[in-house]
Design a protein around this ligand. Structure first.
Ligand code: SAM
Length: 341
């Protein structure tokens, strides 16, 4: 809804519609659980026939599909007959860039954590701290299945960022790229594919690095990419020409960001570059997606936050870097290029 349309709609209706956000999430969760997108991938389906396949009550299932059509995930092309829309297609399980695992992560973990928002706002502590007394990454160490769910969800979450990052920055002149906190290695895969002379290092916690090894094997890139396990609060691999920090700094408070940045600086030559890919909160009072997304960081991370350019500049200066430029991409993140001073 744009602002001129909003002016036509009574404010109480706007609020009521916003309030129903939790119901929309549930519709998406159930669509994913029923495997709806996979069932509709082959073409038009009759709601009552499909209800038998997914073991649902026929009338309730038809009403469910009608509601999903209102959200734009499916379309009722003739009475009781539905097709998948381009939006709903992302709920398929086997397609490239599928968001199915992101939906499962949202349902199994994130949605429950948002239930602690009031405590997070009152105390500034994360929902994980309120629920379990530990941070999200410590929770993953105790719950490996959730760590795998998270890293797979991140792989799909960053799918829209990957093309933006690879398209916005000329990686070609650089021989060795180190992706610090590189997750399962999906961004590295895109960079190496687009730049045949380049080699890479995916650095992450040892358990996630095992996932990266499997992923890079599956795309036959192990010959050009090392996978190194470790702790970026202690050290990161030396000798890269470019160091990437993609959706890393927003997970941590300023002090811990400075530790990560200083460890990157220690590993880098004076000629190497640092690229931070994050949302950048625009200056001023205008509403912005990054300001909304910042609440996910409040809820999920211990001290993490989205930041303004001035805030990044300050962190970088404290760690021995000069912010050179901020490069917009076609996705929600920008690339902040920094040079060692
Ligand atoms: C939000 S995810 C971002 C992953 C990847 N850069 C991306 O954009 O998809 C944060 C990553 O930091 C990793 N990480 C967390 N703590 C770490 C640590 N102490 N040392 C190294 N990696 C860590 C996590 O395992 C996870 O892969």
């Amino acid at each position: 809804m744009n602002s001129s349309e909003q002016l036509q709609v009574p404010p109480s209706i706007i609020l009521h519609e916003m309030l129903g956000g939790y119901g929309k999430s549930q519709l998406i969760f159930v669509a994913a659980k029923l495997g709806l997108a996979d069932h509709l991938a082959s073409g038009t389906q009759n709601a009552y026939e499909l209800a038998k396949v997914v073991k649902a009550d026929p009338d309730a299932f038809y009403r469910f599909l009608r509601a999903l059509a209102t959200l734009g995930l499916v379309e009722e092309i003739e009475p009781q007959h539905f097709i998948l829309t381009p939006v709903g297609a992302y709920l398929q399980t086997q397609t490239p860039d599928s968001l199915h695992t992101l939906v499962r992560w949202a349902e199994e973990v994130e949605m429950k954590m948002w239930g602690y928002l009031e405590q997070c706002v009152r105390t500034g502590q994360s929902a994980f701290e309120h629920a379990y007394g530990i941070g999200m990454f410590e929770y993953f160490q105790r719950n490996p299945d959730k760590e795998t769910l998270f890293s797979t969800a991140m792989t799909s979450f960053v799918s829209r960022n990957r093309a933006g990052i690879v398209g916005a920055y000329p990686f070609e002149p650089f021989l060795k790229i180190v992706d610090v906190g590189g997750g399962q290695g999906s961004l590295m895969t895109e960079i190496l594919r687009a730049n045949p002379e380049t080699t890479g290092v995916v650095f992450d916690v040892p358990s996630v690095v095992e996932e990266a090894k499997r992923y890079l094997e599956s795309v036959q890139l192990t010959g050009r990419c090392q996978c190194v396990g470790g702790d970026f609060f202690k050290a990161v691999p030396a000798g890269g020409d470019v160091y990437l920090l993609v959706s890393i700094l927003h997970d941590w408070d300023d002090e811990r960001c400075i530790t990560i940045l200083k460890n990157c600086r220690l590993a880098m030559s004076n000629q190497a570059r640092l690229l931070i890919a994050e949302m950048v909160i625009p200056p001023g009072t205008e509403p912005a997606f990054a300001k909304l997304f910042d609440m996910a960081m409040l809820v999920l991370t211990s001290g993490g936050r989205e930041r303004t350019e001035a805030e990044f500049q300050k962190l970088l200066a404290e760690a021995g870097f000069n912010l050179a430029k901020v490069i917009p991409t076609t996705s929600t993140v920008s690339i902040i290029e920094a040079n060692p001073v």
